[in-house]
Design a protein around this ligand. Structure first.
Ligand code: FES
Length: 113
């Protein structure tokens, strides 16, 4: 069975969660089984993009991004090394970094009275 290692940098080093996954399981579901803090607002339906992770190694062991994922994170995933946890299916050993939550920008519109 493939192994996924989730890593989150901390001021003192890093936190690590390791889990064995069934072939084809996605990274978000794998993270839930070990309580690794991969974020989600949409519960894995590919609309929130909070589940982004950065591939540290083993990117070739993930399913290639499909059009939905490319639409959401852009077509530069091969440069950023980022994937959506709910879309990337595991096919071999992988190490990923859990990214901080991105909050939406505060609206700059002034309130109308
Ligand atoms: S969990 Fe919302 S886009 Fe992946």
């Amino acid at each position: 069975m493939p192994t996924v290692r989730f890593v989150r940098p901390t001021p003192d080093g890093e936190e690590v969660w390791t889990v064995e996954v069934a072939d084809g399981e996605n990274l978000l579901d794998a993270s839930r089984r070990v309580d690794a803090p991969v974020q989600t607002l949409c519960n894995g339906i590919a609309s929130c993009v909070q589940c982004r992770v950065k591939i540290v190694s083993g990117g070739e062991n993930l399913s290639p991004p499909e059009s939905l994922e490319k639409d959401r994170i852009g077509n530069i995933f091969h440069i950023t090394g980022e994937r959506m946890g709910c879309q990337a299916r595991v096919q071999g050993d992988v190490v990923v970094e859990i990214l901080p939550v991105r909050l939406p920008r505060r609206s700059r519109r002034k309130k109308r009275r």
